[in-house]
Design a protein around this ligand. Sequence first.
Ligand SMILES: [Zn+2]
Ligand SMILES: [Zn+2]
Length: 354
Amino acid sequence: MKSVVLYDAGKTELRDMPVPEIGDGDILIEVKAAGICGGDIHFYDGTMEGMGEYPMILGHEFAGIIAKKGKNVDPCWKIGDRVVSENTGYACGRCPACQEGNFVSCEQRGTLGVSMDGGFTKYVKIPEQILRLYPNCLFHIPENIGFDEATVLEPSSNAYKAVIQEGGIMPGDVVVVFGAGTLGLQSVQLSKIAGASKIILIGLSGDKTTRFPLGQKLGATHCLAADETDNIVSVVRELAGPIGVALTIDAAGAPICLYQATEITRSIGRVIRIGMNDAPYGYGMNHLNEKSLIIRGHMGYNTVSWRQCIALAEAGILDLKSIISHHMPLDEFDKGFQITISQEATKVILTPIE
Ligand SMILES: [Zn+2]
Ligand SMILES: [Zn+2]
């Protein structure tokens, strides 16, 4: 099966890989669509090394149908079922996170497409171990949601956890979102769904052509290009008005964004950091004390995030489609990565080839 594999740090190619063997407790998914994530770029350009053994098939946002199942698999999963993977491929079941049922935060988590074979291919195996420990690693896709859209449930669940579960948003809140990539845009949309009164999206001038208009479509009331705005902190405070900014989502990750987030956010407000960047922080931190701010590091989602997003999408409230900008066959993955890096694309969907 034709697969996009990472075979060394920063080295990817289309390679023929064997179809996984299925045991009595495993499920085999036939992939119908897989999305390129900003996180995949780190493997593609070599800023991050592969986390599993090489060669490894990339792709952690994928949906498809159940093509095969072992005889001991739970009867709730049937051949032909339309499913989306939440991409947990292994959890230890014993660490403090697993003890609380937070398998996505397992200290030894195996992630399909990150440390285990993923979805940029034709077939993916969901192993028996994870299906037994964590049956919610797979979800049925409602009939009115296409495979392409279903792949967007992953980043949407991510944003749901940040805005709703961690951000604790209340209807009427003013929300600021740094970063206009998929997670920033879906954070805008979930803030809108949750009843934010104002949503201020902060990006860069390069976002003005496609990402800002999309942000406005999804609910942003104001879009600001940080590189073209003098004193962005006072501009945002002015826009927010006396109610102040209750929640800032940092989907950008640069230290300056986190610092500005602590300046922008009101007293006893929350800052959720989704974006990642290794640069040293380098700014003062007294705002944390002075304003009793909560800063929370964010990673992933949990079953509740997925369940709620699926319900919102099925009801036509959560838009999964608008974020998808390009479709291409798997063998054009290089182009897909390039337009993701250049930010021409908001979300590229790859489809398997024979
Ligand atoms: Zn991702
Ligand atoms: Zn664990």
